[in-house]
Write a new protein. Sequence first.
Lengths: 383, 361, 293
Amino acid sequence: MKFKKLMSMALVGVMTLATVAGCTSGQSSNKDTFKIGGIGPLTGPAAIYGTNVMNAAQIAVDEINAAGGINGYQIEFKAQDDTHDAEKAINAYNSLKDWGMQVLLGTVTTTPCVAVAEKTAEDGMFQITPSASSTDVIVNDNTFQVCFTDPNQGTASAQYIGMNEIATKVAIIYNSSDVYSSGIEATFEKEAANQGFEIVSIEAFTDDTATDFSTQLQKAQSAGADLVFLPIYYTPASIILKQANDIGYAPVFFGVDGMDGILTMDNFDTSLAEGVILLTPFAADADDEKTQKFVAEYQKRYGEIPNQFAADAYDGIYAIKEAMEKTGCTPDMSVKEIGEKIIPIMTQIKVDGITGEMTWNANGEVSKTPKAVIIKNGAYVAY
Amino acid sequence: MKNFFTNMKKSTKNHLITYAGIIVAYAIMQILCGTGVASNLIKGLLVPICVYSIVAIGLNLCVGILGELSLGHAGFMCIGAFTGALATKLLYDYIPSKILMFLIALVIGTFFAALFGFLIGIPVLRLKGDYLAIVTLAFGQIIINIINVLYIGKDEAGLHFAFSNPNAINMNEETGVWLINGAKGITKIPSISNFTIGVILLIVSLFIVYHLVDSRTGRAIMAIRDNRIAAESVGINITKYKMLAFTISAAIAGAGGVLYSHNLSTLTATTNNFGYNMSIMILVYVVLGGMGSFRGSIIATVILYMLPELLRGLSDYRMLFYAIILIGLMLFNWSPKAIVWRQKVLSLLPFGKKGEKGKVE
Amino acid sequence: MDFITHLINGISLGSVYAIIALGYTMVYGIAKMLNFAHGDVIMVGSYIIFLLMSNVGVPAIPAVIISIIVCTTLGIVIEKIAYKPLRRATSLAVLITAIGVSYFLQNSSLLLFGSDPKVFSSVVNLPSIKLANGMINISSTTIVTVVVCILIMIALTLFIKKTKAGQAMLAVSEDKDAASLMGINANATISLTFAIGSGLAAIAGALFCSAYPSLSPYTGAMPGIKAFTAAVFGGIGSIPGALLGGILLGVIEILGRAYISSQLSDAIVFAVLIIVLLVRPTGILGKKLHEKV
């Protein structure tokens, strides 16, 4: 068959192209800009998180460049797509290495991040993830988080509900196929045993069944739950709120940082979210100057209101800046040199970002205070 | 030497070309990597290409040779990957050699994939056509769904299992380690696979399928594909041969899975990496490479796997271009007008033999 | 009481699956291809309704009608460009092309509409019905979906039984070559089927997104697969089969989630599917396959 010959020719073509492309891109690093790479899902169902991160990182980078850069050097930022898949994340990482990346902001989601963290540890590269919240991400010394860890959020939520006596009977609806959600759920359940409330129903859904929640809500209602804990992202949460409203079920809904973003969803009826409590480090409508400036810029550029992922990414870039400035890094330093300099300094720096004042411990875990907010008249109000 | 070649059976010659092609490609890549010419991206793509080539060969055995459409081969890959990685996690500290460790994982992973292939094959192969396709798809989804709620931990008291609730595992919290942690899957898998192992595995898989197809068994299997009733009437045991081909096909996919899981340090089961999305992806490689042509499967895998990676420069438009190229390739390959055009163009090229007719199945 | 509520939820989910499966099964019956892009046509249709209703302010009914027109056109265009040249190729080649079309629709929507999920305003704005002193609550979307689903099924059946074009479809689905010899324009008939299937996708999109109001470029993928399952469940190619398969699938999914495990609801659905197919290898209402030597 002739077609095979064509295919073989195409193969040879692709291979040559690939190696040639490799030659040219790897060596061409000019020595007067810092190169920061970003990895996250830019296509596929998780694209919303990756896009927010990359957009916000670009804003932070542009701001820093406009203000004179880091130690007088400009920064370049390049984002690569991992489609929320570990293998593709490694490909993205390798491609960024070819570009000359010196520091990594990423990856956005947990599973790819665990895989990439292994590679950055080998290369001695400094890595800070805006939003991969599992503790598995930070097992290596070179990896830091901007977001809270999952166990941290689960425990904090349970304690918060217990201490403030918000409810006595609690139902949980979580995504069992999602690392973030199942991680928070497990620790919440564990901590709940020490608190003065009772868990009456635990129901799950998966990424493939994240459309219909009528059953889970029905069971929570029948069990008499007066609070439903939702350790999930805001997209399924918005459907849950609507479906609960449809069946006339009105418990207190309690969310975590993934819930942030619900109020600014295109066309969302904010009255459905009335009374929702969430623990979040970031509120897009906060009235401090920095947040407002960031949100305005984001809206101007991308026509959307940034969510918590974006805020974490913005702060992540500033954390990199702070650490590099403290140690006097220059762009001609190798990946390893930069890593060796800024990894130890991370535990000493303090970044006052839009998600709060942040410090890091040696594990790579961030310490910042989550704010409990309640949604009133379509806006966050301190609880 | 010339005699040797001309006297050789056409199929044997064909196979040798494939082997030689792989070895030459391997040698070139090794030289490029060794001299530092190959980019990090290309180096990183080598093992995945081997993985998907192996799985594509396995699927081609099922779709091209046996003639049954399976949309669940990623599920077998998943079983191979998880059982293989689990074996490595359990035994890594006790086995001194990495190669030996990989071999053990490979045997275990392949065995379990074959076992599941066999068990699933018993009911499934009674069905036909698209019904068989949907049932294999269903099995793939069930496997993912179950792995996502499976918790296995290990401490000094031995193994602990829990289903659906990680807090129910009863494991010593201080000393215990998670082997499979629900949706988080397996983490910290030692990366003991590499390009050389991948290529060896690819060649072994090719050897197995070529040997099978050329044998009496292979002819029986193809007879079933071409005409089941006629095959039955000449005394071919339909069930036996179908089961055999399906099980081997699953085993090869499982071997690919073992290679996959030892290339990344983390392993989770999602629709994208082991669900119908992946099964369909591999089916695309098989169909585009030519059904029943193992060499074609490998070539199509290399091209189609590398394509989106090489399109990274297009950033947002990357996957859109991939889709357009995919549709274009299919039309180019199958549409009658394109075939006529292709023949015209090819006959002008120096190596094209005039008068050869494009074959369309 | 809980059981009845779960059952109603199941029928509600199932009727959405059924309406998608109707489009799937029609195309399969006539063109003998699995149109994996069907779910994505649903997504496109929903985006059109969303944009018209939220950004332009068009009322629900005209928005749905415009969406039907656009999707029908889209269906015809896709068929013309991507599937028609492959009429004589193996069904697998067309399957792969359909996957390519599916990727194309998803990724072009991602570029056009962005990755942020939109909240779809329901096209059905009627009060819900309360029974047994408010213990049972049936939303208006559910009722409309079930009614529309049955109406479409009746209309399709009548269309196929009573009209010339419908009879042509039947003939083409039985034997394309023989139908051509009898003077039926097989190509035109297949194109018509795609047009109708895509129009149904627009309706399905409107109802699906009204019931589950979140819209992203990947919204269509999973319902597409579920509807394919439903169509096979009921016997692919059979119109009443798609309805029955869809509703059963929905009911099993919800009851499985309610009484067995909410984590494993997909596994349960697929396990039941496998068992049914083992007992009835061509689905519940499927025709027996004839084997020719």
